[in-house]
Design a protein. Structure first.
Lengths: 360, 345
């Protein structure tokens, strides 16, 4: 990975001063086992933060975390936070990744919303020497992906969702439906699969999954899908939405229909957006992790990878600023493919007791 | 011939050329790898399905009609191929059926417009909703993929050198479309019909037959573009190509084709296609987000519809002040997009 040396120079007098910075600082600290690599600040790395699409709070929070890391690391090249519109997510993401080599990016940080359709573009980027670090949502086959920064363990997500469902529906259980993001969203698909596996446990035998519908992470469509679920399944008692857009839309639909007593909402949501629905009983319990931390950690690992400080192989350890030490491991939630993972964690389950504080 | 070229350069095509050079200049200076073969291939490849449909949409609009159903047809053909393949049909058969569906529904569109005499706006609006609805019935809320490797390889990798199948098809269709529009009886008919269907009918010209062929071609080419898109993306959803009809019509209008029919040239449309592809490429590489890109393309549409109209009014005024038209050279009624757009009837 080439690191561009600083092109600008304010004057000859400054040249000596800058010399230290101009050294292509690939101080390749080959990781001695047991020793975590620390980033060499001040290197010029052109980085692209590419969420599924722009315009929702979690991705803005991830950008905020990435900017925080950028400031800490003193990267003189500003971070490019770019993304398609929600309607054009798949083709738009492919477009950004395909054009990354022409834009001379040094690393792409991708929350993949394009399933394996992104693979040819990602592979081409890697062949052009651009590592592709996925975060939030991986490339299912791991092809074209350098490593995945996982917010939480994906199997654990399924377990947490099953437990929240049981805690809301009670010991006697009941019927529920899943309102997901888009059918190409690798993270949501993995969580739903993990939840279905968790449901096989006799402990959850009273929970009946009716169907899975998709709101494409668009508020209106998610709202309509929630309404459709309500009219289609009169005995449904819970909508589980593992997406920050879907969970708000579902809660809103129930509130507007005056059905919060009969039907509850749960899933993954941002506390600031869920506060009112938790307080009025529509969404008594939901879970999430910090997207700010996720953006921060993703920036750190991508910077280390792009500067050559780490190679992105199994067993490497590194320090990610205030979050501390991490290790690159095989991704156990994608056992069939050869994929690598950095696991952030942990999960926070929010309810009436802690939602207000988290909402800030 | 030289005079013709000069007139064009002063007209809409000249303006497009200036715009194109400006965008190219910007891209070349801003983007170091812009002129590499790989980037030029990418630039075409990322918008190739729209570029293909633009060619046939040019005929539709010059003939005085509109086809709003093209993007829904792209979605329907992709969904048809995907659903058939999923249910066990060989991929090749699935593709042929999808293309047949395109031609068939195109023919139906054409029947209602040309034979029954309904407005194409209404007929193809029905198609816009209906074809998308059928696509949803076929693949529902899923993402259907797992196509055979030869199919996705055709969509994603170079066939002749770095040129992909889609790019080769586009190039061939562009040549065919240029020849047919400008050097054939069919092309002349298209213009005459667009200028005044009434006159054309009284002249004993088969308006209906021409329109029937144009709408059938529109359905077929859109279906082809849909299948190519399925191959490029490697997966199909019911929302495949959603919203593309507006991008496609934008490019055609920006190319100097009058929305009222009868006016336009393939040269202008090809220039505007390359212009919009370059603009998108430059914007993406410059790190401009999706929303801003849509805004800028929207501005272009406003420009392409308003400027010719305003320019036409200004000229109209100037002409009234100059009573002797013979001093102004031969009249160039039909070939001047700027003027004709002010006068629909």
């Amino acid at each position: 990975m080439n690191v561009k040396t600083r092109r600008w120079m304010t004057g000859v007098a400054c040249a000596g001063l800058l010399a230290a910075n101009m050294v292509p600082a690939v101080l390749a600290q080959t990781p001695v086992s047991g020793e975590a690599v620390t980033a060499e600040p001040g290197q010029e790395v052109k980085m692209m933060l590419l969420p599924k699409f722009l315009g929702i709070l979690p991705f803005d929070q991830a950008n905020q975390g990435a900017e925080e890391a950028a400031a800490e690391l003193g990267n003189p090249t500003p971070l490019d936070f770019v993304g398609p519109t929600a309607e054009n997510s798949v083709a738009g993401q492919i477009e950004f990744v395909t054009n990354a080599p022409a834009g001379e990016y040094d690393v792409i940080m991708l929350s993949n919303n394009s399933g394996d359709q992104i693979v040819p573009a990602a592979v081409a980027a890697q062949e052009a020497g651009i590592p592709v670090v996925t975060w939030d949502s991986p490339i299912p086959t791991g092809e074209g992906e350098s490593l995945f920064v996982a917010q939480v363990d994906f199997d654990e997500t399924g377990q947490v969702m099953a437990e929240m469902a049981r805690s809301i529906l009670g010991e006697d259980g009941g019927q529920f439906a899943i309102l997901s993001a888009s059918p190409d969203a690798a993270n949501q698909n993995a969580w739903i699969a993990a939840m279905e596996t968790a449901l096989e446990d006799p402990a959850f035998e009273n929970l009946e999954l009716l169907e899975i519908v998709y709101g494409d992470d668009q508020s209106e469509k998610s709202y309509e899908q929630a309404l459709a679920l309500i009219s289609k399944h009169p005995d449904m008692e819970l909508i589980m939405a593992p997406t920050s857009v879907g969970i708000v839309a579902a809660a809103q639909a129930l509130q507007n229909e005056g059905l919060c007593e009969e039907i509850k909402v749960s899933g993954l949501g941002v506390p600031a957006e869920m506060l009112e629905y938790t307080q009025n009983g529509c969404a008594p319990e939901f879970a999430l992790w910090s997207f700010v931390d996720l953006g921060y950690l993703t920036y750190y690992v991508s910077y280390l990878l792009a500067t050559g400080a780490i190679e992105g192989v199994e067993g490497e350890r590194f320090v990610a600023g205030r979050l501390g030490e991490y290790e690159i491991t095989k991704d156990p939630t994608r056992p069939d493919v050869d994929a690598l993972r950095v696991l952030m964690g942990p999960f926070t389950v929010y309810n009436i007791d802690n939602v207000e504080e988290a909402a800030g | 011939m030289a005079r013709e070229l000069w007139r064009r350069l002063l007209g809409w095509e000249g303006l497009l050329l200036v715009l194109l050079l400006a965008v190219l200049g910007f891209n070349i200076t801003r983007v170091p790898n812009f002129l590499t073969v790989a980037n030029q291939i990418n630039l075409f490849q990322l918008g190739i399905e729209k570029a293909i449909v633009v060619l046939v949409m040019t005929f539709v609009i010059i003939s005085g009609e509109i086809d709003l159903s093209v993007a829904s047809m792209m979605g329907l053909s992709a969904a048809t191929a995907a659903a058939l393949f999923e249910s066990g049909a060989p991929m090749l058969l699935a593709i042929i059926v999808a293309l047949g569906v395109g031609a068939g529904f195109g023919l139906i569109n054409g029947y209602f417009v040309a034979i029954v005499g309904l407005s194409s706006l209404a007929v193809t609006l029905a198609g816009y909703v209906g074809f998308r609805g059928l696509a949803r019935l076929l693949v529902q809320d899923r993402s259907v993929g797992g196509f055979p490797e030869w199919f996705t390889r055709l969509g994603q990798q170079g066939l002749i050198g770095p040129l992909t199948l889609s790019i080769i098809i586009f190039a061939m269709l562009a040549i065919v479309a240029t020849v047919v529009l400008h050097f054939s009886g069919f092309g002349r008919l298209t213009y005459v019909i667009g200028n005044s269907a009434q006159v054309a009918r009284y002249s004993g010209v088969s308006v209906a037959r021409t329109k029937l062929i144009i709408f059938t071609a529109s359905g077929f080419i859109s279906a082809l573009a849909g299948v190519l898109m399925a191959a490029r993306l490697g997966a199909v959803r019911a929302s495949t190509a959603e919203g593309f009809e507006l991008d496609i019509i934008t490019v055609v209008l920006l190319g100097g084709v009058s929305i009222f029919g009868g006016v336009g040239s393939m040269a202008g449309v090809l220039l505007s296609t390359y212009l919009v592809l370059n603009l998108r490429n430059g914007l993406v590489i410059a790190g401009v987000t999706g929303n801003t890109q849509t805004g800028i393309i929207g501005l272009l549409l406003i420009l392409s519809v308003l400027v010719p109209n305003l320019a036409g009014r200004v000229r109209e005024r100037l002409r009234r002040r100059q009573p002797d038209p013979s001093l102004r050279g031969p009249p160039q009624e039909a070939a001047d997009p700027a003027r004709s757009q002010t006068a629909p009837g």
